[in-house]
Design a protein around this ligand. Structure first.
Ligand SMILES: Cc1cc2nc3c(=O)[nH]c(=O)nc-3n(C[C@H](O)[C@H](O)[C@H](O)COP(=O)(O)O)c2cc1C
Length: 410
């Protein structure tokens, strides 16, 4: 035995040290899924996915010999490895639990080419045929050949490190479009006076919303004329930044960032893409949005959130699922005698480079005529422009300005 071998033998780590040290190495989280002989789905949460070879395409993962989930799956010939998204933590916890009886209840999936389940909402899936199972120590090494694969969603994958879940953001992708949260908080602070003025003058609550990663977050709220106003509670509310949600943030963004945002939907159709791009153009032309009822299910969850009831994780998941199905819902053109059920109005605040840094909103929640809505929109846009000026920002005015922001300029 070599000197190194001896020293490893003599000073081999105990289980706690091994887990503690290896737990500092972050992993993604996958759900390995397959179908039993009756066609019923089986699944197991696995963090040990690794790519093995490109030619031929091989990947491997390591189930524990003591896993009861793997005991049920070990005779499968094909599995689909689903890379879980950051918003699928609840699903992950369900599958990783020994206590849950029916782990597949309420899980939406469709068959991969092999028939094995592709979980709706996964960021990617890898459809595999099991080639070889090796035994090493207390684990198996399952070597599989990749038969099919797809990147399904452009959202953050779920990550796991030191026993905790997290998310991942690619700095180079988000940095250009994503001012730091501290910048946005500073703006919200600077804008406070103007927001309060706007709220008092109009009688409606005014909020500042920022985009942070793949979420929209309310950073500040100022009350209207309602004596029972408890809108401070709205600060910190986070909503999914999935199209069509967050359109104002994207209306002046680069073509690449818009593409990334649109691809956050599951497999958007060409029509959906085109419709979304056209809706962003409308917002850019108008400089504001009027948001009327969106969808009964989505509105119900939003109302609950704004009434101060924390939604259940399943409701947020349902909200995400439902948003995926929505068409762009922003209204930018309306006539004076038109009746509008106005949920809220939104207008952009720009930074020095002409990028949308936060969105100023007026939470209306009333039926108004177009003629009543118009002056509110004007006041909102004036206030947003005043905040832009206050922070030294500039509104992109010309087509050339916009083309430069979109990265399409000459
Ligand atoms: C993030 C995460 C990663 C995991 N990775 C693995 C893994 O690579 N191999 C494994 O055998 N179990 C892994 N597990 C544990 C399994 O999911 C385990 O099957 C589950 O906890 C239920 O236990 P059971 O299979 O005995 O019912 C992981 C669990 C979590 C939460």
């Amino acid at each position: 035995m070599t000197a190194t071998g001896e020293s490893l033998q003599a000073h081999g780590p105990d289980a706690t040290t091994f887990r503690n040290v290896m737990g500092r190495y972050p992993t993604g989280v996958t759900l390995v899924a397959g179908l039993d002989e009756q066609g019923e789905p089986l699944g197991m949460v696995v963090g040990t996915l690794t790519s093995v070879s490109l030619d031929p395409p091989l990947v491997a993962f390591l189930p524990s010999k003591t896993s009861s989930s793997w005991a049920k799956m070990r005779h499968l010939r094909r599995v689909c490895i689903n890379v879980l998204a950051a918003d699928q933590e609840a699903l992950c916890r369900t599958f990783a639990s020994k206590a849950v009886e029916d782990k597949w209840a309420g899980v939406a999936w469709h068959p991969a080419p092999s028939g094995a389940p592709v979980i709706e909402g996964s960021v990617a899936w890898i459809d595999c045929e099991i080639e070889e199972v090796l035994e090493r120590g207390d684990h198996y090494i399952v070597l599989t050949r990749v038969e099919g694969m797809a990147a399904a969603r452009s959202v953050s994958p779920l990550t796991f490190v030191r026993g905790g879940y997290g998310r991942f953001s690619i700095d180079s992708l988000v940095a250009e479009e994503q001012p730091g949260l501290m910048d946005q908080l500073r703006i919200a602070q600077l804008a406070r006076g103007l927001m309060e003025h706007l709220a008092q003058e109009t009688g409606y609550e005014s909020t500042i919303q920022a985009s942070v990663g793949d979420e929209l977050v309310i950073l500040a709220a100022a009350g209207g004329d309602d004596p029972d106003w408890a809108g401070e509670n709205h600060v910190g509310i986070r909503l999914p930044f999935i199209p069509p949600f967050g359109g104002i943030f994207m209306a002046w963004s680069s073509t690449e960032a818009v593409h990334e945002w649109i691809e956050r939907r599951w497999a958007p159709s060409t029509d959906q893409r085109d419709q979304q791009v056209a809706a962003l153009q409308d917002i850019r032309d108008a400089g504001y949005v009027v948001v009327t009822p969106i969808d009964p299910q989505v509105d119900a969850v939003l109302d609950k959130v704004f009434d101060g009831d924390a939604p259940e994780p399943e409701e947020i998941q349902q909200l995400r699922d439902r948003i995926q199905a929505l068409d762009p819902y922003y209204v930018t053109q309306f006539s004076d005698d038109e009746e509008l059920t106005v949920r809220y109005l939104g207008a952009p605040v720009f930074d020095r480079r002409g990028r949308v840094v936060v969105v100023l909103r007026l939470i209306v929640g009333e039926v108004l005529s177009g003629a009543q809505t118009r002056p509110l929109v004007r006041r909102l846009v004036e206030s947003a422009d005043a905040i832009t000026a206050l922070i030294g920002g500039v509104r992109p005015e010309t087509d050339q300005d916009v083309a430069e922001l979109k990265g399409d300029g000459q």
